[in-house]
Ligand binder design. Structure first.
Ligand code: CMP
Length: 157
């Protein structure tokens, strides 16, 4: 059995290793672009990685949502309640709407291919968005773009 001191050291080491593995992954998410090295390391310490096979439902329209997702690899299909569809790819993120307003998921999101994702729970997402102005601004830009698209405006990519 490990001594308490050794256990503490092992936990620290594996935390540092996890950070080293996750940091390059976190850097690929467009929402986190422009953040400082310190901020990126903080995020890498908060997220969990998730691998899912094609066909996995990650969010279901009308149901409560508790997580925010950022896509590292693969592709997801979005179908809103009004039938609008969109495709999300590496660097894109989703699931922020329910976490912001506490309402049920606005759309169903399903993996079109095997996917690798980063997952943040509601509390960490809110803390991060509240603390990091550039993330909050990017979320607002994404929501504005979606609103314009839903209203039929021409939206440049
Ligand atoms: P949320 O409502 O929490 O869960 C479903 C997610 O799908 C939603 O957050 C957004 O991140 C995403 N989403 C909703 N509508 C669209 C859209 N029109 N285009 C792209 N993604 C969307």
């Amino acid at each position: 059995m490990l001594s308490r001191r050794k256990k503490r050291r092992t936990a620290k080491t594996s935390g540092a290793m996890r950070l080293r593995v996750r940091l390059p992954v976190v850097k690929k998410v467009s929402l986190f672009e422009g953040l400082s090295g310190k901020e990126l390391r903080q995020i890498a310490g908060l997220v969990n990685e998730l691998e899912v096979p094609a066909g996995t439902r990650l969010a279901t329209a009308g149901e409560p949502g508790g997580e925010f997702f950022a896509i590292v690899k693969g592709e997801a299909g979005v179908t809103t309640r009004s039938g609008r569809t969109a495709v999300l790819r590496a660097g894109d993120s989703f699931g922020e709407m329910s976490l912001i307003d506490g309402q049920p998921r606005s759309a169903t999101v399903q993996a079109n291919t095997p996917m690798r994702l980063l997952v943040l729970d509601q509390r960490d997402f809110r803390r991060l968005a509240g603390r990091t102005t550039s993330i909050a601004l990017k979320i607002m830009q994404t929501l504005s773009r979606r609103l314009r698209a839903a209203e039929g405006d021409v939206v440049p990519e």
